[in-house]
Design a protein around this ligand. Structure first.
Ligand code: HEM
Length: 510
């Protein structure tokens, strides 16, 4: 920016009339640079350039403004909307009132900061991620998952991620595909033998299927004999976590509320199941698990001490991957079938694409070619992201879009809220997979869609679950027309975002 001005500078008894001032300011992640160039000329018309250069650390700036948000009452904060509408319902209401970034006072002096604008999401998950930790906000999850891959932090997380990553590369995914196909075929066999038009509990079937797939692919285990017990324990465990909102909203675990009682029972069941798996692996034939993630975890040695993982560390990884690996994908499938049965044009277009697949089990390459199926799943994940919130503790003061984010508070990102912001998603409630065509993705903010999170802690199972979703859609829809028979669904935001009641389907043979 430059401007012509009048005035003069006196220097060494000479007078220089100022002819132009150029101001320049730029900002980088850590500093703001301000420079002022003053161009002046003396009587002989010889030009002088005086440069004033400022380098101001960003944290010395007092420009950041406090976030908007409701006032709270002493001690209890602003809890009424949370009690009335649940956590997600309250966030949704508050977002409509205060915009995509605001703060909410919570009980005992805690503050939650909701950052739903994609710039805020980017700052927390990528560009300033060292400042946002999975600290006390994950203490509820740690009761169930211990220090597994989802909850671990720092060096421990780096080691665990490096250990698990090879189990999710494309060679492994290709191997898993065969197992995914077999598990889906088992379910289809069951469905074929049912009387025509029989009502089927889709939530139960999807959970059983994804549990079987996670068990067999990652751990070489067939849990079908325990699927009801394990599925229920995981569900109660997740609900228990979901009820323990961050920031003092949790009821102490020793209080015998119905949710707490079920949660404690779930912990006992899962511990029994998983420690039994570990014992069997250590003492008996482990050939079923050869080449699986379980095998890799068992073989891992600490580079410094040479020691393997303890039973407790193994338990935490297995429970984490089992849970993360099935419940979210089951929800994605249920929501997708629901949305498809309410949008016949999308349903028919998807069916046409799936009909182009060659006979027999689909390969990795053919599934990757199913562009419309990917768009349908992406759109279902936009409207109903199973992992509806991602929380972090704020370590030091930060600034996002000019707002102050105080250290010591915690931030909540919500794919559900961000993925329904009108600014990025016109007519946000409409189910429209076309939003994910190559040309529509281009130009959209990269952090406006993040159902799998983003940055280094992006979901390790992203490709796994998208592949699984495509394969199951392909196998089911090539054989059956699925119609959902449960009316208009609402949702419950607990550990995952799931329908507010069991979802039933009826099948018609094609
Ligand atoms: C539709 C399906 C899925 C969704 C929506 C989903 C979503 C997410 C999200 C949002 C996170 C980040 C959590 C956070 O930072 O707090 C995450 C992390 C994770 N997910 Fe998934 N996930 C899905 C499927 C899977 C599958 C199939 C697996 C394993 C087989 C898996 C394993 C994990 C693990 C281990 C992490 C922690 C990664 C790390 O921090 O390094 N997820 N997932």
């Amino acid at each position: 920016m430059s401007q012509q001005v009048s005035g003069s500078i006196e220097y060494a008894e000479l007078n220089f009339p100022v002819i132009e001032i150029v101001q320049y300011a730029t900002s980088s992640r850590r500093v703001v640079l301000c420079s002022l160039f003053v161009v002046a000329s003396n009587r002989d018309n010889k030009n002088f350039l005086i440069i004033v250069y400022n380098r101001i650390p960003r944290n010395h700036l007092v420009t950041s403004k406090p976030l908007p948000g409701p006032q709270g009452l002493p001690l209890i904060g602003h809890v009424t909307p949370f009690i009335r509408h649940g956590i997600l319902g309250a966030f949704d209401l508050l977002s409509k009132r205060y915009g995509p970034m605001y703060q909410v006072p919570l009980p005992f002096g805690n503050t939650a900061i909701v950052l739903a604008h994609p710039d805020g999401v980017e700052r927390v998950l990528r560009s300033n991620r060292e400042n946002y930790h999975k600290g006390s906000v994950y203490d509820g999850a740690r009761l169930l998952l211990g220090e597994g891959l989802v909850t671990a932090e720092g060096r421990a997380w780096e080691r665990q991620r490096a250990l698990a990553q090879p189990a999710f590369n494309s060679t492994q995914l290709d191997i898993y595909l065969r197992t995914m196909t077999e598990c889906t075929e088992d379910l289809l066999c069951e469905w074929r033998s049912l009387p025509a038009g029989k009502r089927i509990d889709l939530t139960e079937a999807a959970t059983r299927l994804t549990l079987a797939i996670a068990g067999r692919t990652l751990f070489g285990l067939d849990l079908s004999g325990h699927s009801n017990r394990a599925g229920k324990a995981f569900r109660d465990g997740l609900r228990g976590i979901g009820s323990r909102g961050p920031g003092g909203l949790a009821v102490p675990l020793w209080l015998p509320t119905p949710v707490n009682v079920r949660f404690r029972r779930a912990l006992v069941t899962l511990d029994q199941l998983v420690y039994d798996i570990i014992r069997r692996f250590r003492t008996c034939d482990a050939s079923n698990a050869a080449g699986t993630l379980l095998d890799m975890l068992m073989a891992a040695r600490d580079p410094e001490t040479g020691r393997g993982l303890t039973d407790r560390q193994l338990r935490d990884e297995i429970v984490t991957l089992y849970l993360a690996g099935h419940e979210t994908t089951a929800n994605m499938l249920v929501w997708t079938f629901y949305l498809l049965s309410r949008s016949l044009d999308v349903h028919d277009r998807l069916e046409q694409e799936l009909d182009t697949l060659p006979e027999g089990p689909p390969s990795l390459a053919t599934l990757k070619g199913l562009e419309y199926a990917q768009m349908v799943l992406s759109e279902a994940l936009r409207l109903y992201p199973p992992a509806w919130t991602i929380a972090r503790n704020v370590i030091h003061d930060d600034e996002v879009c000019g707002y102050k984010i105080p250290g010591g508070s915690f931030v909540l990102l919500s794919p559900y809220i961000t993925q329904r912001l009108e600014e990025f998603w016109p007519d946000p409630g409409r189910f429209d997979p076309q939003r994910f065509s190559a040309e529509n993705i281009r130009g959209r903010h990269r952090f406006a869609w993040f159902p799998f999170s983003a940055g280094p802690r992006v979901c390790i199972g992203k490709q796994f679950s998208m592949l699984e979703g495509q394969l199951i859609l392909a196998q089911v829809m090539r054989e059956f027309r699925v119609s959902v028979d449960s009316g208009t669904l609402g949702f419950k935001a607990e550990g995952t975002l799931h329908p507010d009641r069991p979802v039933y389907i009826r099948l018609v043979k094609r």
